[in-house]
Design a protein around this ligand. Structure first.
Ligand SMILES: [Zn+2]
Length: 253
């Protein structure tokens, strides 16, 4: 299986003891590419360093809604010039934890959408309980290359996302009991979904509760295959192509 891991935070301290081993082991397991996702100043800088060090790692740079008050556009502009930076993210709105006011989150989100459009970079969205406000801002800019990372919305919202030509990314949450996500998994077209771990978070069953890593992505792929009624190999191949077209188009042209 060739696997494309679209969302990991391998720069986080959780990996300080064995980062290099995890990266090497992931590659042996078939994880051919990893997009490491920045969430703030330090993590964006570290993501780019990791990407420069490892051929199979790419980086996304952006300020997560939790860090919206520290937004630094100059830094993002500088980092985005690096050829291994393939997206702006993760950016968005989080009304569940609400670490910053709505006003601060909305302002920082909109600035980064405008920047991604200017730089012609794909966008990785974090949306927690803020669907309508996300759409309101996005519909002002009409970005074409966009993914809702760790999708947790309902069927109706998925229809809104898909109608705009955007993508949906699934984490280990689909392996959790009582998840409503199988309905979404069944409705997403074959060319519009990605897989991700969101490591170190959201470890899939049977590793739930432990630190997640790209090594566990295969459990999510197996569950997706079961729900869609295809083989894990087909899920890996579809999501690999989708993610490569989305993140690496510029690299390959
Ligand atoms: Zn994340």
């Amino acid at each position: 299986m060739r696997i494309f891991e679209t969302h990991a935070h391998l720069d986080f301290p959780d990996f300080d003891k064995d980062r290099e081993q995890i990266i090497t082991a992931s590659q042996k397991e078939g994880v051919e590419y990893i997009v490491n996702i920045g969430v703030g100043k330090e993590s964006c800088e570290k993501s780019v360093l990791l990407a420069n060090k490892h051929e199979q790692i790419y980086a996304a740079v952006g300020f997560h809604p939790h860090n919206a008050a520290e937004y630094n556009e100059k830094l993002i502009r500088k980092l985005a010039r690096n050829e291994k930076v393939v997206a702006i993210g993760e950016i968005g709105l989080d009304y569940y934890r609400m670490r910053n006011t709505k006003k601060t989150q909305l302002e920082t989100f909109e600035k980064q959408i405008a920047l991604a459009q200017e730089l012609k970079l794909p966008i990785v969205i974090h949306d927690r309980d803020a669907h309508q406000d996300c759409l309101k801002i996005l519909d002002k800019y009409n970005p074409t290359k966009l993914v809702f990372h760790c999708y947790t919305g309902d069927v109706l919202f998925a229809q809104e996302v898909l109608a705009r030509g955007w993508n949906i990314s699934f984490t280990g949450i689909i392996t959790f009991k009582n998840s409503h996500l199988p309905d979404i998994v069944r409705m997403v077209p074959a060319d519009r979904y990605f897989v991700e771990t969101d490591s170190p978070y959201l470890s899939p069953v049977p590793k739930r509760g432990r630190r997640n890593s790209p090594l566990h992505l295969r459990y999510t792929i197996e569950k997706l295959a079961e729900i869609r009624g295809i083989t894990p190999k087909m899920v890996a191949a579809q999501t690999f192509k989708n993610a490569a077209d989305f993140f690496l188009e510029k690299q390959n042209s």
